[in-house]
Write a protein that binds this ligand. Structure first.
Ligand code: 2M8
Length: 461
């Protein structure tokens, strides 16, 4: 154990003693250093020990951060990820590093190439997906660090991004509803209470014994329970038995959820992809197709709005009803281009209200992953309460896109304050009442979003 990425102890009282904080310059240097240490050679692992492979949406955030310090490497991250794209356009949630052998469960669990002809042969991957932040990352890179060389490489990446979006629009939404269907909690926000009822209904069949690396790296009370993990493994075994074939899965799988957050990200990513398509001179019909996908998803997210909760809701396809659980995913209306103004304004009220960034007793007024008043709220447990910087970044970014600059700045400031304490160590997530770093330390996407926030703050000063 090298100690990197693992907590050595936390002095909560330090918060009340006006502990020293890093200057923006120091925070930037430290964030760049985290990304350099997690660099595996052409791509960056999400965390030093907990996550030694390449993860899909982590890569997009890492690219957003690196755009500020090393644009060539930023694009290289995405190029590496997309080199493992499947034949049907899907971008796998994990691309396994053959040199990182001690991560469990590993590539054998997925057996992707053995069960699907669409899986890449040269590299082992998982068979599921994560939110499509990639086009957003590419457009951000072009916005902040465009050059002829970068634009040339983006033109090569563009058809792959298009195939990815086509996969999402057609295979993950065969009904054409605008809402993307997910098959596994790992496709969204892991142990979020959004999935509890759907998971509880699923009887777990025989699963072979499996090992977990995560609970040997991070305290078990900050990670999914073994009951949750058994279900994750069971669902993977069902997906694997279905050969990761979307049509088969949609007929047989017990866990089918229309994920409103992923759909909102998709809608936003389509706007970015439209701009990329224009830049690379893609045909008009292609650009209109991308726009139609984005608008359809935007409308569907808007229709998922629940006025009583002030949030958008997922739909459980097997139960045939919306999932009335209040989490930060429901704030995703802020990401959707051209969202109804009243709904977006109302979402901002929810975001800054007593269930999220305005909860009483918070160390820093940042967005909680699960609503404070939700019966499922647990402040140390992974996606069930702690504050996640990347989720805060997405919401902040959404507010900047809708021109809500004062609200965006109001969310960025406490996030930067949280991360500027040296004891924060760019953690994966934070206990919201003490600011204690939880999960992995030196998490790449935390460092990455800090870089982007710092750069935008500097530009606005
Ligand atoms: C977490 O997911 C992995 C499984 O994919 C895990 O729990 O072990 C999630 O936070 C996921 O969203 C993230 O992409 C991944 C790597 O940071 O870790």
């Amino acid at each position: 154990m090298d100690g990197r990425g693992v907590r050595q102890g936390f002095d909560g009282a330090a918060l009340s003693r006006s502990a020293p904080t890093w200057s923006p310059r120091e925070l930037r240097d430290e964030a760049i250093a985290v990304l350099a240490r997690n660099d595996v050679g052409g791509w960056t692992k999400p965390a030093p020990r907990l996550y030694p492979h390449q993860w899909s949406w982590d890569t997009a955030f890492i690219a957003i951060g690196l755009a500020r310090s090393d644009p060539n490497r930023a694009l290289g991250e995405l190029e590496h990820l997309f080199s493992a794209q499947w034949g049907d356009g899907r971008v796998p949630h994990i691309v396994f590093d053959p040199n990182a052998r001690d991560y469990r469960p590993g590539p054998d669990l997925w057996a992707s190439a053995a069960v699907s002809e669409l899986a890449p042969r040269a590299v082992a991957t998982s068979g599921i997906i994560q939110p499509p932040v990639h086009a957003i990352a590419v457009w951000r890179l072009l916005e902040v660090a465009s050059s002829e060389a970068i634009r040339g490489r983006v033109a090569v990446l563009y058809p792959k991004l298009l195939a990815w979006h086509r996969y999402l629009a057609e295979r993950r939404d065969p009904e054409g509803s605008g809402l993307i269907t997910i098959y596994h909690p790992w496709e969204g926000t892991d142990n979020s209470p959004r999935w509890d009822a759907a998971l509880a209904r699923i009887p777990v069949g025989a699963i072979p014994p499996y090992a977990r690396t995560d609970v040997s790296v991070v305290s078990a009370d900050e990670r999914p329970t073994s009951g949750e993990y058994d279900r994750y493994i069971w669902l993977v075994s069902l997906l694997r038995d279905a050969g990761y074939d979307d049509a088969t899965i949609q007929n047989t799988h017990p866990f089918l959820i229309k994920d409103v957050q992923k759909s909102a990200v998709f809608s936003a990513a389509c706007r970015s992809l439209e701009r990329i398509a224009e830049l690379v001179g893609a045909p008009r019909e292609e650009r209109s197709q991308i726009a139609r996908w984005g608008e359809r998803s935007g409308r569907a997210v808007q229709s998922s709005w629940d006025d009583a909760l002030g949030l958008a809701l997922d739909t459980d396809l097997r139960a045939g009803k919306p999932i009335r659980v209040a989490t930060s995913a429901g704030l995703c209306t802020l990401l959707v281009p051209d969202m109804d103004r009243a709904i977006a304004d109302r979402t901002e009220q929810t975001l800054f209200g007593p269930d999220f960034a305005g909860a009483s007793g918070l160390a820093f007024p940042v967005v909680l992953s699960t609503a404070r008043s939700s019966p499922e709220f647990r402040p140390r447990a992974y996606w069930r309460g702690p504050a996640w910087p990347l989720s805060n970044w997405l919401l902040w970014w959404g507010m900047t896109q809708r021109g809500s600059d004062a609200s965006a700045a109001r969310l960025r400031a406490p996030n930067l304050a949280l991360l500027s304490r040296p004891e924060a160590h760019f953690a994966e997530y934070f206990e919201p009442f003490t600011g204690e770093p939880l999960g992995s330390l030196d998490q790449s996407w935390t460092a990455a979003v800090a870089l982007d926030w710092l750069a935008t703050q500097e530009a606005s000063d």
